[in-house]
Structures are given as structure tokens and as C-alpha cells.
Design a protein around this ligand. Structure first.
Ligand SMILES: Nc1ncnc2c1ncn2[C@@H]1O[C@H](COP(=O)(O)OP(=O)(O)O)[C@@H](O)[C@H]1O
Ligand SMILES: Cc1cn([C@H]2C[C@H](O)[C@@H](COP(=O)(O)OP(=O)(O)O)O2)c(=O)[nH]c1=O
Length: 222
């Protein structure tokens, strides 16, 4: 997996359990960086392309074999790769709502049918882009569960909370695994002591981390 640091732009990925705020904060990060004069491109996984559409349909229909999903997700992100590289070649910052790190966590969670080993998922994603910065939004599963309920306007099933807890544990394991692969892995608190944290505080923390890394890399390139 290849990284792109310095004057070729940077690839930043936001990760977390469902409801952690990856969508909200990838958009806010792009907006904040643009305001500071950086050029950005936003990506999301699953994508809005043909394979991404198939994945979303499968996800909406209930439990599905995770090994098959791993392959679909890997194909979807390989199709995104050219667009991400083009963005980086222009010296822009590519920001992605999720990456293969989601696959390591979700598709290896044994609460879903046909779960795969993280090692196999990693191999399947051999040609996926390696993020330069991984921001993990650390949100209490209960808070995420309540957010998901609000989003749908109804209470989520109790099994959903159990899955969120299981996925949070998978992420802990996966973050340890990727520490040696991704140059910068940062945990940002999306909730504190089981309480909501204002969106603005979280996005300020994310921006601070990203700017520090970009400036460090820019400085060390020249
Ligand atoms: N501190 C926070 N950070 C991000 N989202 C928050 C926060 N507090 C409340 N929210 C709400 O939680 C929801 C997060 O949704 P979203 O960004 O789609 O999460 P994800 O993409 O990780 O599932 C949004 O409706 C947002 O308004
Ligand atoms: C990228 C990726 C996502 N997913 C899951 C996480 C989410 O539940 C879902 C993405 O759907 P989405 O509605 O975009 O959720 P979110 O806004 O929380 O990102 O797909 C995987 O299981 N594996 C993957 O590799």
C-alpha cells in the first residue's frame, strides 16, 4: 500500500463505529481546510459508484456473509483509487469517510455472519491506498446508539447496541494492528464520559491534528 506525504498532497481517513460522526467530520474537515486555502477532495466508502450502490443495497437488506462483503468493499475502493491519486497528484488533500480500516474492523466482527480474519481482509486490500493520517472518532457506543435512533426518528433495536459495542472492541484491536502501517493514527474523543461533545469542539481538535501534521510534512519537505 502506498502513501502520499508532502507536496503530493495527503490522504486523510476518518474512522469510527456507526454514528461516530465520520460523515459529519469529514465534511467539516474539508470545509475548514478549504477556508485555510487548501484544496480538498471528499470521498466516501461505500462509494456512489456501481459497486458502492450494490453494497448499500446488500447492507440495507440485513445480515450478509462478511467474506463476500470484504471482496465487494475491496473492489469498490480499488475503483476509487485513481480518483484519489489524481487528487493527490494535484497537491490536494483527499479526505475519506472510511477506508479498508473499516473492513478490518467490521468484516472481522464475529457478531456478523461469515466473519473474516483481519489478516485475510488486509491481504484482500493489498492494493488499496494507505492513509497518511487516520483519525479515529472515539465515541461511546451508547452515545452512537442514541444518535442512530435520532437519525431514524425511532429507537434502534437492542441488538444494534450490542453490535456497536462489539465493533468498538474490534476497532481497539485493529488500531493496534495499523499503528505500524499508517504514519499517523490519532484518536479524537467524539464523546466524553458518556456525554455528547459539541461538534465544533471535535472538529477543532481534528483540524488541529491535521494542520500540525501537514505543516510538519511541508516543513520537512523543503
Ligand atoms: N460531537 C459530534 N460529532 C459528530 N456528530 C455529532 C456530534 N454530536 C452530535 N452529532 C450528531 O450525530 C450524527 C452523526 O452522524 P454521521 O456524521 O452521519 O455519523 P457516521 O457517518 O459516523 O455514522 C449527526 O446527526 C450529528 O449531528
Ligand atoms: C468502508 C466499509 C464500511 N462498512 C460499513 C460501515 C457502515 O455500517 C456502512 C456504511 O454505511 P453508511 O450509511 O455510509 O454509514 P456511516 O455513515 O456510518 O459510514 O458500511 C463495512 O462494513 N466495511 C467497510 O469496509
Amino acid at each position: 500500500m502506498c502513501g502520499h506525504v508532502g507536496n503530493r498532497g495527503a490522504y486523510i481517513v476518518l474512522e469510527g463505529i456507526d454514528g461516530a460522526g465520520t460523515t459529519t467530520h469529514s465534511r467539516l474537515l474539508a470545509k475548514n481546510l478549504e477556508r485555510l486555502g487548501y484544496c480538498t477532495c471528499l470521498f466516501e466508502e461505500p462509494s456512489k459508484g456501481d459497486v458502492g450502490i450494490v453494497i448499500r443495497k446488500i447492507l440495507s437488506q440485513g445480515p450478509f456473509d462478511q467474506r463476500l462483503l470484504s471482496l465487494l468493499f475491496a473492489a469498490d475502493r480499488l475503483m476509487l483509487r485513481n480518483s484519489i491519486e489524481e487528487c493527490l497528484d494535484r497537491g490536494c488533500i483527499a479526505i475519506s469517510d472510511r477506508s479498508w480500516v473499516s473492513s478490518l474492523a467490521y468484516q472481522s466482527y464475529d457478531g456478523f455472519p461469515g466473519s473474516a480474519s483481519p489478516e485475510w481482509v488486509y491481504v484482500v486490500n493489498r492494493y488499496a491506498m494507505r492513509p497518511d493520517i487516520l483519525i479515529f472518532l472515539d465515541v461511546d457506543p451508547v452515545i452512537a446508539y442514541c444518535r442512530l435512533g435520532k437519525r431514524r426518528g425511532s429507537r434502534e433495536l437492542p441488538e444494534r447496541l450490542q453490535a456497536l459495542r462489539g465493533l468498538a472492541r474490534r476497532y481497539e484491536y485493529v488500531l493496534e494492528l495499523v499503528k505500524g502501517i499508517i504514519p499517523l493514527v490519532v484518536r479524537v474523543k467524539g464523546s466524553i464520559n458518556g456525554r455528547e461533545r459539541p461538534v465544533e469542539s471535535v472538529s477543532r481538535d481534528i483540524l488541529t491534528v491535521v494542520l500540525a501534521a501537514l505543516r510538519y510534512w511541508e516543513y520537512n519537505e523543503t
